[in-house]
Design a protein. Sequence first.
Length: 129
Amino acid sequence: MKTLRIAVAATFALTAAPALAEGSLHLYNWGDYINPEILDRFSKEFGVDVSLDTYSSNEEMLATIHSGATGYDIIFPSVHIQDIVFSLEILEKTEINQHSDFKNIDPDSLFAKTDPNGEYCLPYAWGVT
């Protein structure tokens, strides 16, 4: 079964080095969550072509992924969807918690029940509605 790298949102500096992206980086994120200018700057700085597909709800993203959509390097779901995707066994272990900069992540921000140590995903942003 194909596995995915899903980041409960990931920071580019920790997960998207050009060697890992192999010349291109395919993102799947909420609409309007990343300024296109940031993607352009990242692309120029690291020599990586960045593409971005967007979704409007966690359910839309999950349906797309679960129906067989592949090719995304990083996906930015809400934390409760991370637990669902983990249970579907389509989440790829990234071991992002082994990166030296992971020490800057507040352990209290690791909310996923299925990934309490940050082996699969990296907190990116939080907020309230």
